[in-house]
Design a protein around this ligand. Sequence first.
Ligand SMILES: C[S@@+](CC[C@H](N)C(=O)[O-])C[C@H]1O[C@@H](n2cnc3c(N)ncnc32)[C@H](O)[C@@H]1O
Length: 378
Amino acid sequence: MDRKIVKELIQEQLNAVAGAHGFQAEYSDFLPNVIVINHIDIKHEKLQKLPSEVMVDLDCAAAVLRGAHIYAPGVLSMISGTLIGDKVSIYADLNRKCKKGLLKIFPDSRKVFLGNGVVKMTRSMLFGDNLAPKGVAVGVTETISGCPSIGDAFLPSGFAMLQNLPSIMCVNALDPQKNDLVLDMCASPGNKTIHIAALMENQGTLIAIDKTAGKVAQLRKTCQIFAAKVRIFQADSSKIAVEDPGQTAANVDQGPPFLPETFDKILLDAPCRVLGKRPEFHNRVTEKVLKSYVPLQRKLFTSAVSLLKPKGRLVYSTCTITLAENEGIVEWALRTFKCLRLVNIAQHFGSPGWPGTTLTEVQRTKVQRFGPNLDPDT
Ligand SMILES: C[S@@+](CC[C@H](N)C(=O)[O-])C[C@H]1O[C@@H](n2cnc3c(N)ncnc32)[C@H](O)[C@@H]1O
């Protein structure tokens, strides 16, 4: 499908969900295959707070900030007499103190204003006895995050994919070429795999691996939808390199184990705790769980280094914000594998790496960090 048609279809969808604001689909000046949907820079104080309110629970609140409407189970309170079509302000119950079914303004100074919306269900539909209400209770029209409501069905299937800028940058940094032999070590659901296949113009050899059967099935589905030429295997990528020097390996096309120095390009989009990718009001992650990712990331990295050809390119990425899983891994890798060299990527949209490891200031400018952009000391 032509890029212009894809853009027009996206714009139609945006017009349908835009609410009070017009969102625009635009071509990117810097990224040739990308159509950009900019969020609207709504300053918190500029959104008008309305006299009527609904309180929502924290999961619902996080979804609202990602562009969702408010579904009935997430509503905690609605002022008595509110009618369908009334405009209301939406607040998150940060302290978890709002009683379900409250019928007046919730007097809590820590409730968080999320935006405004239009009521679609009344109190009696939401809080009546023995009800298990479903469906949209409040249609969200504007939020402090400025995100439109876009879901899986938003894009023409098989022709475009929702991706955030950091994900796009990972694959651009990998720079896969038509005739490369490329490995995507932690590939499911396959968003970056598809992007790699597109840049390779479905030529060369692209191997994509994930650890569990369910994830591999998801990966296969994505690749089928996009008709991407990818060899998919279920394996633990920390164990896919041939270790015994006497051991042989089958042809790469047959899957792991692979001989050392096999691949031109390797993407290690590592499993991580996913902190900072989405708005969250609460997180119950323990320190123990948080620390458990680094050993796995190191094992995967070790495998990647072994499989990379001399002068090959390895991109390491996560979708989390901790120092240990990002700059910490890069620092460890440079210390451990003397064959590695940190290189500059032509396109820089991220901010430099945080201080706090032994990475030098120059090295920190070679890695890219995407939001929160401030270094932790400021
Ligand atoms: C961050 S996600 C990958 C997202 C994917 N690259 C994309 O862009 O769609 C990490 C993936 O690593 C997989 N994974 C975790 N441990 C693994 C291992 N030891 N070997 C291979 N895959 C693993 C998980 O199942 C998960 O699908």
